[in-house]
Design a protein. Sequence first.
Length: 220
Amino acid sequence: MAVRVLILEDDKLFNETLQDFLEEEGYLLDAVMDPYSALDLTYEKRYDIYLFDVNLPYESGFDLLGKLRSAGDMTPTIFLTSREDKESLAEGFGLGADDYMKKPIDFDELQLRIDALLRRQTRTHCVRIGEYTLDVKNKILFHQEEEVELTVKVIELLMLFVQSKGDVVSNTFIKEQLWTANQMPSDGSIRVYVTQLKKLFPEHITNIRGVGYKFRNLDA
């Protein structure tokens, strides 16, 4: 199966050069130049690896990765950056980056790093919730061996709940994580998503009136 890669790089020429190289190596690609477009794509598709620049318009690659990790997205991520200071290196790894390459990039080395990173990710991170299993890496919920059909935002909300480890998840936090800055969050949509999850996990979700929700994983 081909590996799907999301490239986030605001230098148009370097972005196109990355695409040309990786396409020749057989990777499936989506490439964008700003973090908001990248975030939208992560809601629509599942990727095997992210290649993120750090210095970007609107917000940094660090900011984007922080949002993704907070939402439970553990897709392997390599930062490609011209930064050389140790503080940036520490910040990137602290947010959950898996690797870090300094520009100019050696493309053969990049492919080796991608392959090595994917080999380390062969074991999927799964969470048991009653009779269900949540595949956090691929954002899929299974009932026994069968995939449960849920929209991306419902899965993202479930991952927020699981990650909360019993703490209250506020409506404000849900809006920040499930919608991008250029999207209009909706209280009505949140209620619809929660209702869908309550059908699957009626004993796990408690409505905290006027605040948000509490999710208790009885198997944790």
